[in-house]
Design a protein around this ligand. Structure first.
Ligand SMILES: Cc1cc2nc3c(=O)[nH]c(=O)nc-3n(C[C@H](O)[C@H](O)[C@H](O)COP(=O)(O)OP(=O)(O)OC[C@H]3O[C@@H](n4cnc5c(N)ncnc54)[C@H](O)[C@@H]3O)c2cc1C
Length: 486
């Protein structure tokens, strides 16, 4: 049977886009189905880009208003408003939420348009509507205009994920929020309680706290960012508490209710299982995400998602139905835009029998970027993992305060840690917390991927002054320990 399309992709987020583009570049006929009115996925419209754009605005505002260097958005606005003859807010005042969101609105609009043009330029047909599987090669598109059926040799499920709240917490989008609607707030709240100290919770906690909101984070676990090297996580927690953030660990939330205070203002009350209760203007629920597989028609092709809506795949992201692949958040961890793109590429190359080349997935190492303020990034193993495996390792540290660039950018506080095999001196892990961590990590990633050792950093000349010099300082720290141990 001939199909109208070689590949049908359901979902236009990073996973869907990359797989569709890879197939189109190989000369295949591709359709992409998107339920949301615009392309780009949760990544462009609700997740990665809105949160990172908001962060950038807060970061620049804080640098401008709290004494460090950098051009504050307010400085630009002062000029704009002065030209209009209106009074600009003094730089030390709490930032205006609408101003902080301008960058986000601009970035989302632009990136969605970049994605759309890229898909169109590559002759990928875009259908707007809900994709429903009605057979192993058939997808129905349900939209306001009606229904149409298209057929494809391969079908890729790239439908992403959505935030979930436990049944006893009702996200109303006004006082009780999740990551899909927290940036709909029209003013910066005075106080916010964040439920969940994972990546999304920690990122928003640091952004709102830096902007001036009194933030309290609650988590039932005994640490924040459980998968991060604990020395680095502790460094971040110290920074958070310096900023005035409160953290309640090993605390379970029993009840969340919206109540009116004596002045008739709505406040959210969070009752903990230990009997304590806390109050804030708003609550952000960041307690996990489920795969978007409801109503996808999985049963018609013999597939079943797990209790979190996630699909099971092999190392090429192929489901049990050989011509149906699943990629991105819908297959679970690591659930990042970066890894979703690579999964899309791998799945497409496997389906179409194209050369993938060596890649960092699956099984290989890939970096994590956590966009708290300050940033945190890591690749490879943590000290905890190395200890558990019984590996003999050496750690070397560099502190931004020792670097000229650290002083110039006003980050006296950042640090970089290298973990190196004691016998071979090969790099096992890089952990950074501080300015530009998510970019700096790629230097360590390249050395690890190329199977390099710590002496690369000792030998290499770095630009001066840069934060990248931290690699050299940490490497010398290890070199000195090695000399002493001989
Ligand atoms: C607040 C937040 C911050 C984040 N920050 C980062 C970060 O800094 N770095 C990073 O790498 N990752 C980050 N992520 C994760 C990243 O956004 C996701 O991993 C990524 O978007 C997953 O891509 P995807 O293609 O699988 O799905 P998505 O981007 O979610 O796209 C899925 C698309 O499928 C569509 N869809 C769903 N069902 C159907 C259907 N039946 N028919 C048609 N269309 C459908 C949806 O409308 C959506 O547009 C963040 C996530 C959040 C929530």
């Amino acid at each position: 049977m001939t199909h109208k399309y070689d590949l049908i992709v359901i979902g236009s987020g990073p996973a869907g886009q990359r797989s569709a583009l890879q197939a189109a570049k190989a000369g295949k006929k591709v359709a992409i189905i998107e339920d949301y009115p615009d392309v780009g996925g949760g990544c462009v419209h609700f997740g990665t880009l809105p949160s990172k754009s908001f962060r950038e605005s807060v970061y620049r505002w804080s640098m401008g208003s709290k004494g460090a260097l950098g051009q504050a958005i307010d400085e630009i606005d002062v000029t704009e408003q002065a030209a209009k003859g209106t009074q600009a807010a003094p730089p030390s005042a709490l930032p205006d939420m609408k101003r902080l969101l301008r960058r986000k609105d601009w970035v989302v609009r632009n990136e969605a348009s970049v994605v759309k043009h890229q898909l169109k330029r590559n002759k990928i047909e875009i259908f707007h509507g809900r994709g429903v599987l009605v057979g192993p090669h058939e997808v129905e598109i349900h939209s306001e205009q009606g229904q149409e059926k298209i057929t494809g040799e391969f079908i890729f499920i790239a439908t992403g994920s959505r935030p979930v709240a436990p049944p006893h917490i009702h996200v109303d989008g006004k006082r009780i929020l999740d990551s899909n609607n927290v940036l709909d707030l029209d003013r910066l709240p005075n106080s916010m309680i964040i439920l969940g100290a994972g990546i999304i919770g920690a990122e928003y906690a640091s952004m709102f706290s830096m902007a001036g909101t009194h933030v309290t984070m609650i988590d039932r676990r005994d640490k924040i960012l459980g998968s991060v090297d604990q020395e680095i996580a502790q460094h971040l927690m110290d920074r958070f508490s310096d900023q005035g953030m409160k953290l309640y660990l090993e605390s379970d939330v029993k009840k969340v209710t919206v109540q009116k205070n004596k002045k008739g203002e709505e406040r959210v009350n969070v009752e903990l299982s230990n009997g304590n209760s806390l109050e804030a203007d708003v609550v952000l629920v960041a307690l996990g995400r489920n795969g978007n597989t409801d109503g996808l028609g999985l049963e018609t092709v013999g597939l079943q998602a797990d209790e979190r809506g996630l699909l099971k795949v092999n190392r090429y992201y192929q489901t049990e139905v050989k011509n149906i692949y699943a990629i991105g958040d819908v297959v679970g961890a690591p659930a990042l835009a970066s890894t979703s793109m690579e999964q899309g590429r791998i799945a497409c190359c496997h389906a179409l029998d194209l050369e993938t080349g060596e890649c960092g997935l699956p099984g290989g190492v890939h970096p994590y970027g956590i966009y708290t303020i300050p940033e945190l990034s890591m690749i490879g193993e943590t000290e905890e993992q190395l200890k558990e495996r019984g590996v003999e390792y050496i750690s070397g540290r560099a502190f931004y305060r020792e670097l000229a660039r650290g002083q110039i950018v006003g980050d006296q506080w950042g640090m970089l840690k290298l973990l190196v095999d004691h016998k071979t001196q090969k790099l096992l892990g890089v952990h950074i917390v501080g300015d530009s961590a998510a970019d700096l990590i790629h230097i360590g990633q390249a050395v690890m991927d190329l199977n390099g050792d710590v002496f690369y950093f000792v030998r290499t000349v770095f630009n001066y002054p840069t934060l990248a010099e931290a690699y050299k300082t940490a490497a010398f720290n290890i070199y000195n320990q090695l000399q002493k141990s001989q």
